[in-house]
Design a protein around this ligand. Structure first.
Ligand code: G6P
Length: 367
């Protein structure tokens, strides 16, 4: 698995295309249709221990941190356990309170990121329980944790992470489902989510099939010096990850913002030179999101809207990218996929080596 082109394509590209298969592997053998739940044997926690969890704290760096935020939403929504994500690189420097009934989750593709590893060691030293969501089997973080969930994404070589992130997301959904089903999540909701998870690989494939249209949108964005990625609640970590990917490989300034906070500052920057990529799923916030898009359009800001079929954008002038609808809790996973293609094609348009972005390493093993 050396760097370099595969059939004339960058690694990042082949890894993006592998996502349906990676997600299928991540789910394989872990879904239980009969009891409408998930089984994650590697957690090494029985139902009584899972029920005793009062809080979940997720720690990761970079993209893993953003997927951790998506994971925290899944756990709060499905299991009704307060959950949040934090940058592992900051955690141990603020003298964190380690609670015995909190479940700590370390999330890392490589399993070697030093900041995440040191956070795990700090928690364990103070008596906390940590599980890992890790791709590389037998890696330092996997060994340092009390138990965990392997992602089964397959080897990921490109610096810009794709298939590891979608499998992280799927594994968080499995964890949330299992935590939910030993608590209050109903059989009906369990079934709904099991079916939703089973639909993901084919739906990722559908998003990938829309590449040409996304590439056109990317070409237009690549000329901008600076752009915003915006979303609300479930859509906000999606925007953060989209901006991260865009800046990593296109070297353009891309800033993620909560759509609700635009009017409290960044609206001052919106102009025909500053495009916005907006995440607008079909959910309880769609109308508010669409209203905010009109505010952007009124100031001449070009728009790319990642949304669901049937969402009415009215007279809005925007490049529209539709992704298939799943269950609302699982939508963020699918919404991230076009943003990978967007960053990828912007970088190609600008002539960058997408597999070796300047100044970045695949895993950061020194503090
Ligand atoms: C580096 C990479 C990022 C990645 C982060 C965490 O900073 O450039 O793309 O998200 O490490 O890596 P991990 O292996 O812990 O998921």
């Amino acid at each position: 698995y050396e760097h370099g082109l595969v059939d004339g394509r960058p690694r990042m590209y082949t890894e993006m295309l592998e996502q349906p298969a990676s997600v299928e592997r991540a789910l394989r053998g872990r879904l239980d249709e009969r009891f409408a739940t998930a089984h994650l044997g590697g957690l090494e926690m029985d139902a009584r221990e899972l029920r005793a969890v009062r809080r979940v704290k997720i720690l990761g760096c970079g993209s893993a941190y953003y997927v951790g935020q998506m994971g925290a939403s899944l756990i709060e929504e499905l299991a009704r356990i307060p959950a949040d994500a934090e940058a592992a690189s900051e955690f141990r420097y603020r003298s964190p309170v380690i609670e015995p009934d909190t479940l700590y989750v370390a999330v890392s593709q490589s399993g070697e990121t030093i900041d995440t590893l040191l956070a795990v060691e700090e928690i364990r030293r103070k008596g906390g329980r940590v599980i890992g969501l890790v791709n590389v089997v037998g890696s330092a973080i996997a060994r340092a944790c009390d138990g965990g969930i392997y992602l089964h994404a397959g080897p990921e070589i490109a610096v810009a992470s794709t298939k590891a992130l979608t499998t992280m997301n799927a594994c968080f959904a499995l964890l949330a489902l299992q935590l939910g089903r030993v608590r209050d999540l109903s059989v009906a909701d369990g079934r709904r989510l099991v079916a939703g998870l089973q639909n993901l690989p084919a739906q990722i494939e559908q998003v990938l099939e829309g590449e040409e249209r996304i590439a056109q949108a990317a070409e237009a964005l690549a000329t901008a010096e600076s752009l915003f990625f915006v979303g609300r609640v479930r859509g906000y970590p999606v925007a953060r990850e989209g901006a991260q990917k865009f800046k990593e490989i296109s070297y353009r300034h891309a800033e993620a913002y909560q759509m609700s906070e635009l009017k409290h500052g960044p609206l001052a920057l919106i102009s025909p030179e500053v495009p916005t990529v907006a995440i607008v799923p079909d959910d309880e916030l769609t109308d508010r999101n669409v209203a905010a898009l009109h505010e952007i359009a009124a100031r001449g800001g070009p728009l790319v809207v990642v949304t669901h079929p049937g969402v009415d954008l009215g007279e809005l002038r925007a490049e529209r990218i539709d992704v298939p609808r799943n269950e609302r809790e699982l939508d963020p996973l699918l919404l991230t996929v076009p943003l990978q293609l967007l960053a990828y094609h912007a970088a190609l348009t600008l002539g960058h080596d997408v597999d070796k972005p300047r100044n970045l390493a695949k895993s950061v093993t020194v503090e």
